[in-house]
Design a protein around this ligand. Structure first.
Ligand code: BGC
Length: 247
């Protein structure tokens, strides 16, 4: 059975698991630790070591994929929205490879989630353009055209009144401002209508922890594009990172 390890670093939590790649699902427990305050590279590396130790895979030679909430180009992180500014222009892949003493594959977190859903989840048989969005601490996005990933799309940073729209529309905004589902959905409507107009996708897939409660907000949205929850919910990033590491 093909297996790989996936680690999903988020603004709030760091999650990891061993993935059965033929089934596209976790074959271990899903391990989680809080993302260290400030999320500096050194602290994040230590937290990744901790989750790998808990899974007992630190010296395993299975492929290891690490997903991170920033633009990732050729192993370098080029942005930092919900993590320390130290990550901007940082050789992140090399830093983790040196720190872990092994090869890794380093990718954007939403891209990883998109790959999981297109290979093993909600968007498996969708042709044309699938846009996956993760609604969590920020908003992440992945574009998949006929199953092929177009990386680093960053729709959470579309402008809204001079700021990134994720500040106003991510799930963290709902929590921070104690919004009702209706009030939050009205914000999501602005976001998704705009994205729909710009890209005419064939399918929206919604990931992130809040995809556990699709009935509370998806029916409130009025779109011409079908919008469905991610199947792997909070594990998409782990599964997609593992899957990309095995490519
Ligand atoms: C980051 C993205 C990330 C998203 C979800 C955004 O703030 O810029 O790279 O995918 O948050 O974590």
């Amino acid at each position: 059975m093909a297996k790989a390890i996936g680690v999903d670093i988020g603004g709030t939590g760091i999650k990891a698991g061993i993935v059965d790649l033929s089934q596209g699902k976790l074959e271990s427990d899903r391990i989680r630790v809080d993302t260290p305050k400030g999320a500096t590279p050194k602290d994040v590396l230590n937290a990744v070591v901790e989750v790998l130790d808990t899974l007992d895979v630190r010296s395993s030679n299975l492929p290891l994929g690490v997903a991170f909430p920033a633009i990732v180009k050729n192993g370098k992180t080029l942005s930092a929205a919900n993590v320390s500014d130290d990550w901007v222009g940082f050789e992140a892949e090399k830093f983790f490879e040196d720190g872990l003493g092994r090869h890794i594959t380093f990718v954007n977190d939403a891209d990883a989630a998109g790959v999981a859903e297109v290979r093993h989840g909600a968007a498996r048989d969708v042709s044309g353009l699938t846009i996956l969005t993760t609604l969590g601490t920020g908003i992440g996005s992945a574009f998949l055209y006929d199953g092929q990933l177009l990386p680093n799309t960053e729709l959470g940073h579309l402008d809204y009144k001079g700021d990134s729209i994720e500040r106003w529309t991510a799930y963290s905004a709902m929590e921070r401002e104690s919004l009702s589902w209706e009030d939050w959905s009205a914000r999501l409507q602005v976001f998704y209508s705009h994205v729909e107009f710009l890209f005419s996708p064939d399918m929206f897939v919604v990931g992130g922890g809040v995809s556990k409660h699709p009935e509370s907000f998806l029916p409130l949205l009025e779109l011409n594009t079908p919008i469905i929850p991610a199947i792997h919910r909070n594990s998409s990033g782990i599964i997609g990172a593992a899957s990309l590491a095995n490519d």
